[in-house]
Design a binder for this molecule. Structure first.
Ligand code: E4P
Length: 216
């Protein structure tokens, strides 16, 4: 399973890259706006840190403008993946970019049919937003299961990125379903190594070691 970090914050990305736990990065307009940096420079900086797919989203809503934006973003680095919103215009843009061998990530996916169309259009990645579905009283992980089943049934190559992850249990559920990727906010990646029994174990080993040395 691949893990991406869902942030545009350089400090967070560096920390997780140094720990060797991330395979890529996803950003979105909200995350980029929070950093207050020039968009293209920020994406270039991220690509210099992480050697894996880095998703950067287009802001245009019509196909022609999406493709123009995508061409500029794709020039930043070979690892840039163009994030395209799940609309009919978006699908047309995905089709064009795929024919030009530019990788795309179809975002804001909330139904199996949307995921089916994204795969048909040739998307490299599809991003179902599990947390936002859960927030509305639905079951985001159920959507992931359905998409995985559909893609398996027809051997689609599109990889599923479990997005809008809200807690560490979402990561476990995504891994058990066999999702290709989960993209995680920094705060969740930070929680994953923690377990109180690990802390208690370390404290006990240290005190036993010190006690043994005093005796020996
Ligand atoms: C995914 O690509 C998105 O950037 C992200 O996961 C959205 O998460 P949110 O619902 O917490 O904003």
């Amino acid at each position: 399973m691949k893990l991406f970090i869902d942030t545009a914050n350089i400090t967070e990305i560096k920390e997780m890259a140094e720990a060797g736990v991330i395979d890529g990065v996803t950003t979105n307009p909200s995350l980029v706006a929070k950093e207050g940096h020039q968009f293209h420079k920020l994406i270039a900086e991220i690509c210099a840190i992480v050697n894996g797919p880095v998703s950067a989203e287009v802001m245009a809503l019509n196909t022609a403008d999406m493709v123009t934006e995508a061409h500029k973003l794709a020039k930043i680095h070979a690892n840039v993946v163009i994030k395209i919103p799940m609309t009919m215009d978006g699908l047309r843009a995905v089709r064009i970019l795929t024919s030009e061998e530019i990788a795309t990530n179809v975002t804001l996916v909330f139904s199996p049919n949307q995921a089916l169309l994204a795969a048909k259009a040739g998307a490299k990645f599809v991003s179902p937003f599990v947390g936002r579905i859960d927030d509305c009283g639905g079951d985001g992980m159920d959507l992931v299961t359905q998409i995985m089943d559909i893609y398996d049934n027809y051997a689609f190559d599109t990889e599923v990125i479990v997005a809008s992850v809200r807690h560490p249990l979402h990561v476990v559920q995504a891994a058990l379903i066999g999702a290709d990727i989960a993209t995680l906010p920094y705060a969740i990646l930070k929680k994953m190594p923690d377990h109180p029994l690990t802390d208690i174990g370390i404290t006990r080993f240290l005190s036993d070691w010190e006690g043994g040395r005093k005796n020996g």
